[in-house]
Design a binder for this molecule. Structure first.
Ligand code: NAD
Ligand code: UDP
Ligand code: UDP
Length: 324
């Protein structure tokens, strides 16, 4: 399959039919790479990459990363894992298996092929953080036995595996810790706060705030995040991270609700639900390391990113659920 043409690399993207994966595949194909997009469609959708299916440099494969995979590649972006709390808590044992067995298989593949591997880790490795903003040197405050643990500990173990494969086998690994990222192609029903608030407002439903809404997050637009991922993969072999990637501008959840209501209105009203268990109170990335290593900083303000995301969901809901 590989033609050996000029700059083209053979790039494997696991979880490629998901929200972030589909944008990454698009960028990699546009840059002239041969992209193998792998997904078991647990939370991703073929429709996210439908526009790439006819491209000669794009290949889509149904596969579960918890099973071995034998292909020849130069780079691996390991994104396979449900990311929204309601999805990763639905089958928590499978979530841990996906993170841990998936990382072992992809690291084994990297070891055999000599490929570079970038692991999509998460701000959840910091748990409910005691330091603010979060730096990469902080070891985190994670409950090992709570409802979020399958995701948090699975991702922490995947990081451990990356660094052990590096120490033991000299693998060129790169770990990024992604902070809340949003944009077009999020799943409309995955319960993550940005997509949820927008879809609720568009459907004329109440905006559901867990607790009093004073908990905070820092929201990064997808295009900024993908740029950071690609820059990280391009760093020399001795740059391993972990590196925080996210937008350092912090908002409370109540402020986010106000912004969505201001844009969509539609008689929106707020409904307060009980606080979610183990919900981190505050989250904001310290991105000094990403700025220094990658010369990267997000450029999309929340208002601009929200406008693009609202346009996407307005069209999607209009075409997929006329009854809503
Ligand atoms: P997503 O749920 O849209 O994408 C995950 C993809 O992985 C889906 O396409 C899903 O079908 C696939 N998948 C799940 N289990 C699999 C398995 N066993 N084998 C093969 N494919 C499997 O979520 P996303 O937001 O695009 O997240 C992508 C990655 O980035 C995840 O690893 C997630 O943990 C990480 N991340 C995302 C965010 C964010 O804010 N979006 C924040 C931190 C980390
Ligand atoms: N593996 C894979 N593709 C490969 C090479 C390995 O999926 O091209 C899987 C394999 O199933 C193995 C895992 O990666 O279980 C870890 O591989 P490694 O070589 O580190 O360990 P070992 O094979 O010695 O258990
Ligand atoms: N949240 C909320 N209402 C919703 C969905 C989420 O108030 O309908 C809150 C949630 O309790 C958390 C924040 O928004 O404090 C971010 O939640 P999300 O699930 O998007 O991401 P994560 O908790 O993984 O950062």
């Amino acid at each position: 399959m590989y033609s050996g043409d000029i700059v083209s690399k053979r790039v494997l993207v696991t979880g490629g039919a998901g929200f972030l994966g589909s944008h990454l595949c698009e960028r990699l194909v546009a840059a002239g790479n041969e992209v193998l997009c792998l997904d078991n469609y647990y939370t991703g959708r073929r429709s996210n990459v439908a526009h790439l299916l006819d491209h000669p440099n794009f290949e889509l494969m149904r596969h579960d990363v918890t099973f071995p995979l034998y292909v020849e590649v130069d780079e691996i972006y390991n994104l396979a894992c449900p990311a929204s709390p309601i999805h990763y808590q639905r089958d928590p044992v499978q979530t841990t298996k996906t993170s841990v067995h998936g990382a072992i298989n992809m690291l084994g593949l990297a070891k055999r092929t000599g490929a570079r591997l970038l692991q999509a880790s998460t701000s959840e490795v910091y748990g409910d953080p005691e330091i603010h903003p979060q730096t990469e040197g902080y070891w985190g405050n994670v409950n090992p036995i709570g409802p979020r643990s399958c995701y948090d500990e699975g991702k922490r173990c995947a990081e451990t595996l990356c660094f052990d494969y590096r120490r033991q086998h000299g693998l060129p690994v790169k770990v990024i810790r992604i902070f809340n990222t949003y944009g077009p192609r999020m799943h409309p029903d995955d319960g993550r706060v940005v997509s949820n608030f927008i879809c609720q407002a568009l459907r004329g439903q109440p905006i559901t705030i867990h607790g009093d809404g004073s908990q905070s997050r820092s929201f990064c637009y997808v295009d900024d995040l993908i740029e950071g991922m690609i820059r990280m993969m391009a760093t020399p072999d001795d740059v391993t991270g972990p590196v925080n990637l996210g937008n350092p501008v912090e908002f409370t959840i109540a402020e986010l609700a106000e912004k969505v209501i201001a844009r969509i209105g539609k008689n929106a009203r707020i409904e307060h639900l009980p606080p979610a268990e183990d919900d981190p109170r505050r989250r904001r990335p310290d991105i000094t390391r990403a700025q220094e290593l990658l010369d990267w900083t997000p450029t999309t303000a929340l208002d601009d990113g929200l406008a693009q995301t609202i346009d996407y969901f307005a069209e999607l809901l209009d075409t997929t659920s006329p009854a809503q």
